[in-house]
Ligand binder design. Structure first.
Ligand SMILES: [Zn+2]
Length: 350
């Protein structure tokens, strides 16, 4: 039953392809035109379309607005054509520009210094991009000014060029922020009603939602958070995993079958085990009281093989299991990767 539910969710998402353009009508309604006015505009013959509904606009921009005239530029999707709409005392006029444009996917990346908005604006000179990125991550970071570890942003965006010069940006297809070795990824999801796309936290695929709770308790006291104030060191540093509520001595099991690649003790993590799984995943189990006897690097373990006991070794205020999930070398929020209803968060502090 659980699995059925998952498949339905994934199917619904795959239907929502990321469209980057708006209809011609929607684009111009944004500038206060009436539907009648939009539909009465004669389309330039060179476009080869006669129906306004067939025309898709990649990006539109108000170029000029004063008492005499208003000018809107429209980049027509699936073509290289640019249209210019002017409005003055004589009414509306739509013309094809003599210039053409090209569309390219560009990657921007840079260090986060101060706010995300400031950092993206510094590198792109585009306030809309800077705002979009700031908003997309506002629930993940309360205040990036406090980030001490090296933080980096990166995103792919449609870019509009005229005569090889960047004139505007379209839709951001995906974005990520790295802090230390941890990552938060977003991807664009298209909204049919508003004909716009928004950046949402990237969902694991159904094949990736396979992890089980490593302890019997499904309660989580501390979430994945890239700017948490550490309860022991009091420093702002990423919490690169989640903390399960569990008493000292509670049995710990692998969240997924795999091979033990490290077993040892470190100052902050205490006694820890690192397991490598198929398809680029690794998982960590920290602050353990003890390891299961005779367990060693190279051992293959299943989700039924106890690997240790919950403890409070290393930097821990009390007994709990710190669980970390590494995907392709970077720590990700483990919560979405658990099988449905495996983990539930509570508001308790550790
Ligand atoms: Zn933790």
């Amino acid at each position: 039953m659980k699995k059925m539910f998952l498949i339905v969710i994934v199917y619904a998402f795959s239907l929502l392809e990321v469209y980057s353009s708006q209809t011609f009508e929607r684009a111009l309604l944004n500038y206060g035109m009436s539907k009648e006015d939009v539909n009465s505009l004669p389309l330039p013959i060179a476009l080869g379309v006669v129906d306004h509904r067939e025309l898709l606009v990649l990006k539109h921009k108000l170029l000029q607005s004063d008492d005499i005239q208003e000018t809107v530029v429209l980049y027509i999707d699936d073509s290289d054509k640019i249209l210019t709409l002017t409005k003055n005392q004589f009414g509306y006029n739509l013309e094809e520009s003599s210039e053409t444009y090209t569309k390219e996917m560009m990657t921007y990346q840079g260090a986060i210094v101060g706010t995300i908005f400031d950092s993206v604006l510094r590198d792109t000179d585009d306030e809309i991009l800077a705002n979009t990125l700031q908003e997309a991550f506002q629930l993940d970071f309360k205040n990036t000014k406090k980030l001490k570890s090296k933080a980096q942003y990166s995103f792919d965006v449609e870019t509009i060029l005229v005569n090889s010069e960047i004139v505007d940006h379209g839709i951001i297809e995906n974005a990520k922020i790295n802090v230390g070795e941890a990552i938060i990824e977003k991807e664009a999801i298209y909204d049919l009603d508003s004909e716009t796309s928004r950046l949402h936290t990237k969902e694991p695929t159904a094949e990736e939602k396979v992890f089980l709770s490593p302890v019997e308790s499904h309660r989580v006291s501390s979430l994945f958070n890239l700017q948490r104030k550490h309860p022991v060191t009091r420093k702002v540093q990423p919490h690169r995993g989640i903390d399960f509520v569990a008493k000292s001595g509670t049995p710990v099991f692998p969240a997924l079958e795999g091979t033990i690649i490290a077993i040892g003790r470190a100052r902050a993590k205490g006694k820890f085990i690192l397991i490598e799984h198929a398809s680029g995943f690794k998982s960590t189990y920290d602050h353990l009281r003890k390891f299961t006897k005779h367990l060693k690097v190279g051992d293959f373990v299943t989700t039924n093989d106890q690997i240790g006991e919950v403890g409070k070794t290393g930097y821990a205020t009390g007994a709990h299991l710190h669980f970390g999930l590494i995907k392709n070398g970077e720590f990700v929020d483990p919560l979405p990767y658990f099988q449905q209803a495996e983990a539930q968060s509570s508001n308790e502090k550790e």
